[in-house]
Design a protein around this ligand. Sequence first.
Ligand code: FEA
Length: 131
Amino acid sequence: MNKKIIWDQSFETGIAEIDTQHQRLVEIINSLADGIVQASMDDLHNILTQLKEYANYHFRAEETLMEAAGYAGLEEHKSEHLAFVDQILLFDLDVILASEGLAWDMFHFLRGWLTNHILVVDKKFSTAMSA
Ligand code: FEA
């Protein structure tokens, strides 16, 4: 079964910088999906490194925009970002422990993040900005 995520308009927030960064996340998820059956712990470590880099610049960019806009949901939004980073750090530990089923756990977490955070929480901000 093809697990790849196809970027379409439904993912767009309408903020170009953010949309470009979100596309990078989809790329990372798709590289995980590509090798999910035979992924080694090294491969997963590599994906986690990319996710940490991504989280580092993307969350900062979003939060800076929110701060500049005086967005009321900033603190709540920040705590979701922190929860993402915490989960990535937990996955790091799972790589060290070579946990079984880790590639799938990561994939399900990231796909859930796309639908719950990008499609809902990030869009709340862009909708508020365009109101
Ligand atoms: Fe609020 Fe944007 O963060 N989406 N990601 N990752």
